[in-house]
Design a binder for this molecule. Structure first.
Ligand code: ACO
Length: 324
């Protein structure tokens, strides 16, 4: 028996922050951002609009598409690194909002790979007899951006995507998910303060340690290699070739990364779901958001072969293959 995605949903906040807007905030230019990243604009949550708000909207859509009631859910997983608060899990807040009274709920922290990590748990849960698992990727990255640091603040955006996972029929469904991590690269992308190493304090805030720090150039090189390796691992494990892939839905970090990975794999760009020009990098929300857009645009049909791949802080990297 395979598990299967029964419905998808997504949500982005209304406020658009364009590259022209960023030009007024830091020493950058639309030309630099477009050339180096492919990003033209991103969405920002309204003040007080939290991770659970974005995630609940996306989840409601996914449940409606899947024709599953919230009361039928066995488990809710929220992949996020920008949850509502350190305690409780954002998944518990969403469980309450949805009225999913039978569902267990917890968050998964694996940065931009969070959605694939959560999807692998959902896959295992369904295969061991549970009926429906809701997987949400939701991020309010704008809250961990240092809006004076041009090296990071131009890259990220807010958004959410969700899928309902249930039992598949025949050979269709999630064919495989591979997960990886290498903690010795944990200082490539990290938020130094606000946890148990450097708890919140006036001093910590004064040093701006609550914001994300990233070694962009080093991350770039590793990202291209790990995304390619992860994609190849997924295809090899299923005895598939690149030619058989109908749509590649990658983590949306940088158009240059996607172009380099596509070239290395020999995959034409028109078979890659790309929305980072409009939303930037939404971390754990990026894959389910792009997947939902592709489903709604009719790019994903019964029987389509979908390849997923991501990399992110940790360092983590992951891939998956779905026969829709
Ligand atoms: N506007 C103008 N100039 C800038 C900007 C900006 N926004 N940002 C950096 N620069 C400057 C730098 O200061 C540097 O100037 P210098 O040569 O005078 O020192 C120059 O541009 C080149 O900087 P690089 O960092 O070498 O630029 P690069 O081409 O590598 O692009 C970028 C930077 C876009 C960050 C790229 O390295 C990248 O995308 N890396 C991957 C990041 C990523 O994907 N992270 C994902 C994980 S996120 C997660 O897990 C939550």
């Amino acid at each position: 028996m395979k598990s299967r995605i029964l419905g998808t949903g997504s949500y982005v906040p209304k406020r658009v922050l364009s590259n022209a807007d960023l030009e007024k905030m830091v020493a950058t230019s639309d030309a630099w951002i477009v050339e180096r990243t492919g990003i033209r604009e991103r969405r920002l949550a309204a003040p007080g609009e939290a991770c659970s708000d974005l995630g609940t909207h996306a989840a409601q859509q996914a449940l409606a598409e899947a024709k599953v009631q919230a009361s039928e859910l066995d488990l809710i997983l929220v992949a996020t690194c920008t949850g509502d608060s350190p305690l409780p899990a954002t998944a518990c807040r969403i469980q309450h909002r949805l009225g999913a009274l039978q569902a267990a709920a917890c968050d998964i922290s694996a940065a931009c790979c969070g959605f694939l990590y959560a999807l692998s748990v959902a896959d295992a849960y369904v295969k061991t007899g549970h009926r429906y698992v809701l997987v949400i990727g939701s991020e309010v990255m704008s809250t961990v951006m240092d809006w004076t640091d041009r090296k990071t603040c131009v890259l990220f955006g807010d958004g959410a995507g969700a899928v309902v996972v249930g039992r598949g029929e025949g050979g269709n469904g999630i064919l495989s998910i591979h997960l990886h991590a290498d903690g010795h690269l944990s200082d490539l992308i990290f938020i130094p303060g606000g946890g148990s190493t450097i708890p919140a304090s006036e001093n910590m805030l004064a040093q701006r340690l609550q914001y994300m720090k990233m070694k962009g150039n080093e991350t770039f090189k590793i990202a291209v290699k790990t995304m390619e390796d992860a994609a190849r691992e997924a295809l090899t494990a299923n005895a598939l070739t690149v030619e058989e892939v109908d749509l590649f839905v990658p983590h949306q970090a940088n158009f240059r990364i996607l172009k380099a990975v596509a070239q290395r794999l020999g995959l034409p760009l028109d078979r890659i779901a790309i929305n980072l020009d409009r939303f930037g990098n939404t971390s754990a929300a990026s894959i389910p958001l792009a997947l939902d857009e592709a489903v709604r645009a009719g790019q994903v049909k019964e029987g389509s072969l979908i390849l997923l791949a991501a990399f992110g802080a940790g360092l983590t990297w992951a891939s998956g293959v779905i026969r829709w």
